[in-house]
Design a protein around this ligand. Sequence first.
Ligand SMILES: [Zn+2]
Length: 83
Amino acid sequence: MEKKSYELGDIVRMKKPHPCGANEWLIVRTGMDFRLKCQGCGHYVLLPRTKFERMARQLLGHVELSREPLPYEAAGEASAEKD
Ligand SMILES: [Zn+2]
């Protein structure tokens, strides 16, 4: 039994496309919650990990993300995970 794991920078296809019509999502945050960026319109969504794993259909690719904090990370919970 293989447990599929997804990581930062993965691009996945979900069960349902975004209302904008695109169905490619970039994982920009992992953990208890996964934050995904729609590759069609740039909209961000936050899903609990369990829900994400149910929704994910296919791994489409992977991109290297830069480590500079995104605005929402800098403003939010990033301070809790300090190196
Ligand atoms: Zn979209």
